[in-house]
Design a protein around this ligand. Structure first.
Ligand code: NAD
Ligand code: MG
Length: 326
């Protein structure tokens, strides 16, 4: 097959952007599609170097660096011309979704905290390298006024909204309920429960039939850890609103689904989400013997967003490495 000049330019730009953000655990492109691999050995296993960063943490400072699909995700036009807003799009699962969506032909707006600008810049460059529109929209989701402005800015800058990924989350490990301050509890609830309410409500008037909402819940919704009292109940709430809104929005032709990850190697875990000891053995209890990488969930977000998934709504898609549910 002849390679067109446009393809050459695209591959070259992609190569430059990918080199800048190359994760330690990247797959080779030939392994990305079709190649059979033992999932146990595909990515790093514990023990991991002890590490901690101030919240919310940066993917660029993690050892090993997480794989968000920078060099491996190959698109095939499954979201051509769609406009997507992804909260927490700078790192972790949100970044994996952002890269995949752009490579599937979508324009992408990402929200993140101002302290995460350097991670966000890498995502912006990767989306630009695909020739897609990108709207970087930093701000704190605990503020309802910001949440409403975020939706308006995403719609304004991209020209519409077809896919909303409510993915940002706050998780801070506390051994006892006695150690959770009122401020802590409030911050977790505001980020994980209130912000999706404010954002989905603001987005609804813009969502036409065929649009999709995807929320990131967790194995914690079903099997809460003792040190995640506040966080785990927000994930149960997320799983629950996916199901109620799917019923409410079904008649409008809008699908609502959730993704329930198990232990995934992201900044959330090394910035207080897991205890420092748990970081070293992170993922060890999973039957696959390691944590997941954000790239391993990219295809799930695409599947739930694309038209081929048109009968999937009110459902939760797990990626738990053999533990957790659903
Ligand atoms: P991550 O740290 O890469 O992403 C979380 C993002 O949330 C941050 O990048 C940040 O931009 C955003 N965020 C947090 N508080 C915010 C606020 N007040 N305002 C704006 N943005 C804010 O980690 P991740 O693990 O990819 O997290 C993504 C989602 O996955 C979260 O909802 C998390 O609860 C969920 N999850 C993670 C795991 C895991 O093991 N990593 C497992 C199950 C579910
Ligand atoms: Mg981040």
């Amino acid at each position: 097959m002849q390679t067109t000049r446009r393809e050459v330019v695209r591959v070259t730009t992609l190569g430059a952007a990918a080199a800048m953000t190359a994760p330690a655990a990247a797959q080779t492109p030939s392994q990305a599609r079709g190649g059979k691999q033992n999932p146990r050995g595909k990515y790093p296993s514990p023990p991991f170097p002890a590490q901690s960063q101030p919240w919310p943490g940066l993917a660029s400072q993690m050892t090993p660096r997480p794989d968000h699909g920078e060099t491996s995700y190959v698109g095939s036009g499954r979201l051509s011309g769609r406009n997507a807003l992804i909260t927490g799009g700078d790192s972790g699962m949100g970044r994996a979704a952002a890269i995949a969506f752009a490579r599937e032909g979508a324009n992408v707006a990402i929200n993140y905290l101002t302290s995460e600008e350097s991670d966000a810049r890498e995502v912006v460059e990767l989306i630009r390298a695909e020739g897609r529109m990108v709207a970087p929209l930093p701000g704190d989701l605990r503020d309802p006024t910001f949440c409403r402005r975020l939706v308006n800015d995403a719609v304004g800058q991209l020209g519409g909204l077809d896919i909303l990924v409510s993915n940002a989350g706050r998780q801070q490990s506390r051994g006892s309920i006695a150690e959770i301050s009122d401020e802590d509890f409030d911050a977790t609830m505001k980020t994980n429960v209130y912000a999706p309410f404010w954002i989905i409500k603001a987005a609804l008037p813009h969502l036409q039939p065929g649009s999709a909402i995807i929320a990131t819940t967790s194995e914690q919704a079903y099997d809460p850890s003792p040190d995640l009292y506040d966080y785990a109940q927000t994930k149960a709430a997320t799983m629950n609103f996916v199901k109620s809104l799917a019923k409410q929005f079904g008649p409008k032709g809008i699908r609502v689904n959730g993704v329930a990850p198990g232990p995934i190697w992201t900044p959330l875990q090394i910035s207080g989400g897991a205890s420092e000891g748990k970081v070293v053995t992170f993922g060890a209890t999973a039957p696959l013997g390691r944590p997941g990488q954000p790239a391993e969930l990219a295809g799930i977000f695409v599947r739930l967003a694309e038209d081929d998934g048109s009968y999937t709504t009110g459902n939760i898609y797990g990626a738990g490495g053999g533990q957790g549910q659903p």
